[in-house]
Each structure stands twice: as C-alpha cells, then as structure tokens.
Design a protein around this ligand. Structure first.
Ligand SMILES: [Zn+2]
Length: 320
C-alpha cells in the first residue's frame, strides 16, 4: 500500500533555478495531502503529475510566504477546474483573513468552500483522522507560530488464515472478532490463540514533518520512532549563528533531532539559496545520523515497512 512523500519544493525563502519553495505531497493509499504550499506549487504539481482533484486537504506549517504564496494560485485553479468538494486547510487561524481579503479583492467566486481549521499553538493535537490515518499537529519554534505534523497509519486488522477458517469452520461473526484481536474457542472447548489463526498486519508507518524551526529538542516526544522525519536544515554548520538568529537549524541540529527521537531515516530540506550544492551540509549531518538524505524537487520517497526506502527521481526524460 502506498505511503510516499513527493517533494515539490526544497528551497528556503528564495527560489533557485532548481529549487522551488517548500511544498510536499504525502500520498497515503491514493489520498493526497499537501504539506506547505510555496509559490509555484501548482506548477510543480503539473510537472510531477499530482492529480489536482485528489488533493483532499492542505497542511500549512506557518504563515511565511515561502510556505503559503502558492495557495492563491492553487485555490483559484481548483475552482477553474470546477471543484465542488470543500477543501480543508489546517493552519494558523489567521490565514482565513488573508484568503478572504485576497479572493474578495480579486472578485474570485470559488466553486467550493474552504474550511480553515485553526491549529493549537499550545500543545500537540489530533487534527485529522480517517480509517487509515491519524494526523497530529504540534508546536515548533520560529519567529511566528509554527507547527510540525505527524502522519501515522492506523493499525489494520490482522488477516485471517484461510485454512484456519475452513478447518475450524469459523463463522463470519467470529472472523470479525478474531481480526480485531480475539482467539477462538471450538465446539469442543479448545481455545485457539489469535496468533495461530492470523497473519499479523504490517506495523503502521509514520512520517513527521518539522519546518521552520530553531533547534527545538522539546519537539522530540512528538516525532519519536517515526519511520521518516523531514526536518529543515537551512544552514551548514559554519552558519550556526545565522541559524540561531533567524530561528532555523543547521543540518547537524536536524541530525541530532533525528538521533534523539530514534527515527529510522532523515530527510533534509529547506536549504538556503546561498549553497551551490548540499554535499557539506549532508556530510555534516551524517556524522551524527548516517541515515540522512537531502531532498531535491521531484524526489519521491517511498516509506516502506522495511528499514529502507527507494528514491525515485521524476524527470522529463522518464516521462512520468
Ligand atoms: Zn521557510
């Protein structure tokens, strides 16, 4: 089952020729969740073939331009495309004023409703849940209120072994109970444990997203044991002081977050446009946390049940 992250933008404030500002799409079983929406997000969605009509909701980390300027164009385009289903945006509740004034000013009558769900600046909170997924927001620390997000699969019921159903002639009603964790007692009174009757379902996967933030170990409990952590790494270690002053992180600080929260793998993004390449930034992080990777626009990361994930680079040549 698909659980993957597509990077649409990996730059910080200023876009570069190769990197758009922050935007990501998390695909959970063909439900598409947009995480941040920097300028040009809809262009990147076209380029990397993200179906516009499948965006169910948008999660905005904070109200800085490089994370929200893409909303205006995308929201308009969704209306042009005739969307009728409401669109929920999880963000600082102040976003509502900005969107209202923008769309009123430009006389845009949208074909669908936008629902702004204000995030809690004080504490971790469950903000979204469906039968497959739970999403929590939690506070980080930046010059303005900012939230990280934690996406986790729900544990799915264990699968019945077919031969056991036949052998013990188990009824549909009992199958349901067994799937939920119970054992089974035969007519003769023999108890068959749950583990004998079922194949365990996969361990739920999780993805945590932290940007923009100063080094903030207080957030570790919210991201602990994630299969994949995306953490901002705006700066190299030589610019540690700038990182502190601007409430951002170095790649080493991001790596330390990954190490101390026991995540499996770390993705670094939100790079300062001052760096020509990310080699130094990456090697500095790997000194602390070897399972670290830097993102590129168009990079698809499949979050697997096993210890590793595949990287697929979308490109024009691949024609995907
Ligand atoms: Zn930013």
């Amino acid at each position: 089952v698909v659980f993957s992250l597509l990077v649409l933008g990996s730059s910080s404030v200023l876009p570069t020729a190769k990197r758009y500002p922050s935007a990501h799409v998390l695909n959970v079983h063909e439900r598409f969740f947009l995480i941040d929406c920097g300028e040009g997000t809809q262009h990147q969605m076209r380029k990397f073939r993200v179906p516009f009509n499948k965006i169910t909701s948008i999660f905005i980390s904070h109200l800085h331009g490089d994370h929200v300027f893409g909303l205006f164009g995308l929201i308009s385009s969704l209306s042009m495309l005739g969307r009728t289903k409401s669109l929920t945006i999880y963000a600082d509740k102040k976003l509502k004023d900005v969107l209202d004034s923008h769309f009123n000013f430009f006389d845009n009558r949208l074909t669908y409703d936008i629902i702004i769900e204000g995030l809690n600046p004080e504490k971790e909170e469950i903000i979204y849940t469906d039968k497959l997924l739970t999403v929590k927001s939690f506070p980080l620390k930046h010059r303005v209120p900012v939230w990280g997000f934690h996406f986790s699969e729900k544990k799915q019921p264990d699968k019945m072994k077919k031969e056991m159903i036949d052998f013990y002639k188990i009824s549909i009603k009992d199958i349901q109970k067994i799937k939920e964790g119970e054992g089974f007692t035969t007519n003769e009174g023999t108890f068959i444990p749950h583990e004998t009757l079922t194949i365990p379902s996969n361990k739920p996967r999780s993805f945590a997203y932290c940007t923009d933030t100063i080094f903030h170990p207080e957030a570790i409990p919210y991201i602990v044991d994630a299969d994949l952590l995306y953490h901002e790494a705006t700066f190299e270690e030589q610019h540690k002081q700038v990182a502190k002053e601007t409430y951002h992180c170095t790649s080493k600080q991001a790596a330390s977050m990954a190490l101390n929260s026991n995540v499996k793998q770390l993705l670094l993004g939100h790079f300062s446009s001052r760096y020509k390449n990310m080699k130094k930034l990456l090697s500095e992080a790997r000194e602390i946390f070897p399972e670290t990777y830097t993102v590129e626009d168009g990079m698809l990361v499949e979050i697997k049940h096993g210890p590793s994930f595949a990287h697929t680079y979308f490109s024009e040549e691949l024609n995907v």
